[in-house]
Design a protein around this ligand. Structure first.
Ligand SMILES: CC(C)(COP(=O)(O)OP(=O)(O)OC[C@H]1O[C@@H](n2cnc3c(N)ncnc32)[C@H](O)[C@@H]1OP(=O)(O)O)[C@@H](O)C(=O)NCCC(=O)NCCS
Length: 258
């Protein structure tokens, strides 16, 4: 187990589930507000709001209530779309990989799910961060991965309870996907995100991965800054959901060779 500043990074255990799911939901839903504010500032959205206001004024014969109502409806729609992007993602992930972390992230030696556990003043322990790695398979979207965990240094942390089943794929040129990099607000900017990422990257090197891929969104500026300092580079941009267009949210794929 890696320990620094009283925070231990260790392999996920079944008893962590409630805290991990709550951290995952809270941190992901935390992107709604910045995405909304970013969307409001987009020049074309400002233009659209003005257009809606003018149309409402013309159609209502100059009623201020109609103008205010139309603008409020446009702002409400933007907020709803931002909410839908991230809340929809949480719903989908809780039904899939996060619904069974052991099966999806800990049933193969090439995969792992770590939590960062801190001891707080009362002496109790709280989970304040997480990160996961699985093998990436070409067309599979974020999160839709099959199970596998390990690490001496890194290996010890992921050995307990792992299955020894073998993968049928070739071991050469294998690519890892990094997931669920989250740090609880209040524990950020203390180097924990970097430690979690380094733990995952060291694991990937030890497991013989040649490259690490991850996906994030343009709203996640802290994550983008962190990944940039770790040497990740953008390789693709996409807007997979209609709801992302008005809010100008894009999914970015980042990669780092090992
Ligand atoms: C991204 C995240 C995990 C970073 O965790 P963290 O513990 O705050 O990161 P660190 O303290 O290790 O920061 C490492 C470096 O990342 C960059 N960074 C982190 N947060 C930043 C921010 N808010 N603004 C700008 N740069 C930031 C800095 O370069 C920082 O180094 P420095 O502190 O020496 O300047 C955290 O902000 C988070 O959980 N965000 C929400 C969830 C998320 O978007 N996860 C990514 C999923 S793809």
């Amino acid at each position: 187990m890696a320990q620094d500043q009283g925070i231990v990074i260790r392999r996920y255990r079944g008893g962590d589930q409630v805290e991990v799911l709550s951290l995952f939901s809270r941190c992901t839903l935390g992107h709604i507000r910045p995405a909304f504010l970013r969307g409001l500032r987009q020049t074309d959205n400002v233009g659209l709001a003005l257009g809606v206001a003018v149309a409402a004024a013309v159609l209502s014969g100059g009623s201020l209530w109609a103008v205010a109502g139309a603008c409020a409806a446009w702002v409400g729609l933007l907020l709803f779309l931002c909410w839908e992007v991230y809340a929809g993602y949480v719903r989908e992930r809780l039904r899939s990989d996060m619904g069974d972390i052991e099966a999806h992230f800990l049933s193969h030696p090439d995969d792992c799910f770590w939590v960062a556990e801190a001891e707080v003043a009362s002496g109790s322990k709280v989970i304040v961060g997480m990160v996961a790695v699985t093998r990436w398979s070409g067309e599979v979207a974020e999160g839709e991965v099959r199970g596998h965990g390990e690490d001496e240094g890194v290996q010890e942390r992921c050995r307990e309870g792992e299955s020894e089943r073998e993968r049928p794929e070739q071991e050469e040129g294998k690519v890892a996907q990094l997931f669920r990099m989250l740090v609880l607000p209040g524990w950020r900017r203390r180097g924990l995100g970097r430690r979690l990422a380094q733990t995952a990257l060291a694991f990937c090197s030890e497991r013989g991965y040649s490259r690490v891929i991850l996906e994030t969104t343009t709203t996640q500026v802290a994550a983008l800054a962190l990944y940039s300092t770790l040497g990740f580079q953008k390789t693709a941009t996409s807007v997979p959901y209609l709801a992302m267009h008005p809010a100008r949210i894009s999914v970015l794929r980042l990669e780092k060779p090992l």
